[in-house]
Design a protein around this ligand. Structure first.
Ligand code: ATP
Length: 225
């Protein structure tokens, strides 16, 4: 069990653990500010930010997984509660979130409040993911509002959601898994990695769209040119 789990368990409460997976090609302030506000809104002990080497439902990322992880580490810096987690880098084949959640569940134990967070754009495609029902058997799902990505659930997604939706974080945290919460975090940001890659490719400024350390590293390594 991790240090965070030890601490929470010794305080007599089940640990609250989040996972935010992504391509992070590259990580930006839309990810990082959402991560901080999610950590706060759910009173998480730790939020694992996990780059996928090969996300199953999209084209090959532009930059190698190790580079994306290094940018994520630079972006997180010393931010309390956020953790750049490299566990998917050692896996071969596609990166399935269900496998990652199963690992986290094993590490933190059956009573841990385990949350998989994702933006509305990613959630709208959830029914196409590998073993989507398994996600709810392992964790709660928290959907973060994202500017320009209003959610219109398909019939298959509606079916998957069923009666899982709860009104607030308190209701979600009453059980270790199986719930759905939609959250509108305070600082929604219309920032996407696609727009950042395009800007870098065209030699345009990306200042204040990503952390200064990430901008420096991307420029120094001539990434996304
Ligand atoms: P791309 O433009 O390459 O598709 P992206 O900016 O959507 O990338 P991802 O790495 O694909 O970034 O996103 C990882 C997770 O973070 C997804 O669940 C996504 O919905 C969420 N996310 C990304 N950007 C934001 C944002 N600005 N606000 C809230 N959630 C976000």
């Amino acid at each position: 069990m991790s240090e965070a789990a030890d601490r929470a368990t010794s305080a007599g409460e089940a640990p609250r653990i989040g996972m935010l997976g992504g391509t992070f090609d590259p990580v930006h302030l839309g990810h990082l500010r959402s991560a901080v506000e999610l950590h706060e809104a759910l009173a998480l002990d730790r939020l694992h930010m996990i780059p996928a080497p090969q996300p199953p439902l999209r084209g090959r990322p532009q930059v190698a997984a190790e580079e994306r992880l290094a940018l994520l580490e630079a972006g997180i810096g010393d931010t309390p509660g956020l953790y750049a987690d490299d566990r998917e880098l050692s896996r071969t084949g596609p990166s399935y979130s269900a496998d990652t959640l199963a690992e986290l569940r094993d590490e933190y134990g059956a009573s841990a409040r385990l949350v998989m967070a994702l933006g509305e754009d990613a959630f709208s495609r959830l029914a196409d993911w590998h073993a989507p029902e398994r996600l709810f058997e392992l964790a709660h799902i928290v959907v973060m509002a994202r500017p320009g990505h209003a959610l219109k659930p398909s019939a298959r997604l509606e079916e998957l959601i069923g009666h899982r939706e709860v009104a607030d974080a308190q209701a979600l945290m009453r059980s270790p898994r199986g719930g759905l919460l939609r959250l509108t975090l305070p600082s929604r940001m219309a920032i996407s990695a696609t727009a950042i890659r395009n800007r870098l490719q065209q030699g345009q400024s990306v200042r204040y769209l990503l952390p200064a350390a990430v901008e420096r590293a991307a420029v120094a390594r001539r990434l996304y040119r």
